[in-house]
Design a protein around this ligand. Structure first.
Ligand code: DAH
Length: 345
């Protein structure tokens, strides 16, 4: 009986020696069979019950040796076969094959339009002032001559932070005027491009987020004529040398007098007809002479300095530039749409 059991151990040892897994898959079968949780060597250990006491020690040692042999064989084969598999994989790489092209990203049409506008103003000495989108009530409204309960606040409802009615998403880039004037004395000549927010229903023509470029020029003797000439220069650079502009009287709390500016595009093309609602005139910005109260709010002597300011929307200009009919497309981030305007400017 015990001789039989001993010979089973020898048979197992021989079987392990004879087993020659040729690849990693066969090796895994080997592992399961001899080293897995239900391996065949366990059965041999179980037999120890039937071995006479004086032989138990020797039996145990021999089965252990079989187990160790299986482990050693597994470990060395694993290393060999893995190395062989790696070498085979490398051998299959064709070093002369062309690489996979990495698609280049490009600027968003809004960014391209915005950069064009920035360049135009930089050429006449304006510098970019970049500031925060999460703004406090003071910079967005109060400093801009729109104190609490002022009816003009209704025109610019926005999103407030949950934990503070003092903090909001800026409704216009005019807040940057206050940011800059608070820490800079004239001459000031800045443009402030960026994203703004309004609590408005999203449609083809309006969105709860959009972009503006703000302009501010404060110095001694700045006049409305300077404003008008600057805007005419801008319109001609942006829309072509024949561009015409008109200023319509308007109201903004932070400028006095205030105006809105339209550019004449004509109605010849269908897109111009559509965009100007058949009038030929496209409204692109609000502007005016900085209200002395705004200068004073921000620590600038209004008896010494005057200034002009303007704020223009980007989306409408981009719609025209790219002949796009729906503002929502700008924010959907559909690569198929964006690719059509690929540009790196
Ligand atoms: N902030 C105004 C708006 O969002 C636009 C504007 C009008 C800006 C007149 C100005 C300005 O700087 O002078 O509707």
């Amino acid at each position: 009986m015990s001789a039989d059991t001993f010979s089973k151990v020898d048979e197992m040892k021989a079987a392990i020696e004879a087993d020659q897994p040729g690849d990693l898959q066969a090796l895994e079968q080997f592992r399961i069979k001899y080293l897995g949780s239900k391996n065949v060597i366990k059965a041999l250990f179980g037999e120890i019950r039937n071995i006479p006491n004086e032989q138990k020690k020797e039996y145990g040692q021999r089965v252990n040796a079989v187990k160790e042999a299986a482990e050693a064989k597994y470990n060395s084969l694993k290393q060999q076969l893995e190395t062989a598999a790696e070498e085979a994989a490398v051998k299959d790489i064709d070093l002369t094959a062309p690489g996979e092209p990495i698609e280049l990203g490009s600027r968003h049409p809004i960014a391209v339009t915005m950069n064009r506008i920035i360049r135009i103003f930089e050429r006449i000495g304006f510098v970019v002032a970049d500031d925060r989108e999460i703004e406090d009530d003071w910079h967005n409204f109060t400093a801009m001559n729109t104190p609490e309960d002022h009816p003009a606040r209704d025109m610019q409802d926005t999103f407030y932070l949950q934990n503070s009615m003092e903090m909001l998403l800026r409704t216009h880039t005019s807040s940057v005027q206050a940011r800059v004037m608070k820490h800079t004395q004239p001459p000031i000549r800045i443009i402030a491009p960026g994203r703004v927010y309004r609590n408005e229903t999203v449609s083809a023509r309006s969105h709860c987020q959009f972009h503006q470029v703000e302009g501010l020029y404060v110095d001694e003797n700045v006049s409305f004529a300077d404003l008008k000439q600057t805007l005419l220069y801008f319109a001609r650079e942006m829309f072509g040398p024949d561009a015409q502009i008109r200023l319509r009287p308007s109201y903004f709390p932070f400028t006095e007098p205030s105006a809105e500016m339209d550019v004449y595009l004509g109605t010849e093309t269908e897109k111009d007809y559509r965009l100007t609602k058949g009038t030929g005139w496209l409204e692109i910005l609000g502007c005016g002479m900085v209200d002395p109260a705004v200068l004073e709010n921000c620590g600038i002597d209004s008896t010494k300095y005057t200034g002009f300011a303007f704020g223009m929307g980007i989306e409408r200009q981009a719609l025209r530039l790219y002949d796009i009919g729906d503002i929502r497309l700008f924010f959907e981030n559909d690569v198929r749409f964006l690719k059509q305007f690929a540009s790196t400017i």
